[in-house]
Ligand binder design. Structure first.
Ligand code: MG
Ligand code: MG
Length: 259
């Protein structure tokens, strides 16, 4: 059962969306060779708390940190650690906030220094596949239309789509219905209603789509250990065109990441 949100609820989700967006930009400013992923986590947690919000991932089902930080072949749910980022790595940063009882949730894969051309393409295509998904997130469509848009775009470049994880509704809970898969068939799945708030989050692999869960029970790795990228935005379904509640503008217009 999926309940569209009221405009008052959407406003609280928008505030959270802006906060996760600005937090990711703070992280992006310090992504560089020589920095540990724990340092990224500390910057994010401080920024979130300084803005009067709570890092919602911390303590969620025992997750230890404010951010999920996933380097190279880790698709999602990596733990921040004393790992030192090096030139050519990619680092996926997933951020969640809780403010006034509502959630924010967005993710961005940052290049560390210069990355090779194929990796740059993986990042560009994964992010573009997210925007393709957002274009399909209009009232009257179905979740399968979003998944089809993401999948057909990513696969047209020879990349593959992780099937085991998906986007989701967002509200007072971090994960609400409907599930929003990154693959699918047009016209199938849950019908999108005006006012539904969803996170679309393609997880795209440079190689095969097989993944496995690390022994810590959290980190999801690609089976072939090739890179994976992850971008996530929150949108509200509207007639004709979805409205973004989170944005990469703070990262790409103000940060030190080159595009
Ligand atoms: Mg997320
Ligand atoms: Mg999410």
């Amino acid at each position: 059962m999926v309940r569209p949100k009221t405009e008052e609820e959407i406003e609280l989700l928008r505030i959270n969306g802006q906060l996760v967006s600005r937090t990711l930009a703070e992280v992006g400013k310090i992504v560089a060779p020589g920095v540990t992923t724990l340092e990224l986590d500390r910057v994010a947690e401080t920024f979130i708390r300084d803005n009067g919000a709570i890092p919602s991932f911390k303590g969620f089902e025992g997750f230890p940190s404010a951010l999920c930080i996933s380097v190279n072949d880790v698709v999602v749910h990596g733990f921040p650690s004393d790992y030192v980022l090096k030139e050519g790595d990619i680092v996926s940063v997933d951020c969640g906030t809780l403010y006034k009882g509502y959630n924010g949730d967005s993710a961005y894969t940052f290049p560390v220094g210069e990355v090779d051309a194929e990796t740059r393409k993986l990042l560009d295509v994964t992010k573009a596949s997210l925007y393709k998904g957002i274009e399909a997130a209009v009232a009257g469509n179905r979740t399968g239309d979003i998944g089809h848009a993401v999948q057909s775009y990513a696969e047209s470049f020879g990349f593959s789509v992780v099937r085991e994880l998906e986007g989701h509704g967002l509200g007072t809970e971090m994960h609400e219905d409907p599930g929003v898969p990154n693959y699918g068939r047009q016209g199938h799945g849950t019908k999108l209603l005006e006012g539904m708030t969803i996170c679309i989050e393609p997880m795209i692999c440079a190689g095969g789509r097989g993944v496995y869960l690390a022994r810590n029970g959290w980190a999801v790795h690609t089976s072939d250990h090739r890179n994976a990228a992850h971008y996530e935005l929150t949108v509200v379904v509207r007639k004709g065109k979805a409205e973004q509640l989170s944005t990469f503008d703070f990262i790409e217009k103000d940060g030190n990441i080159k595009f």
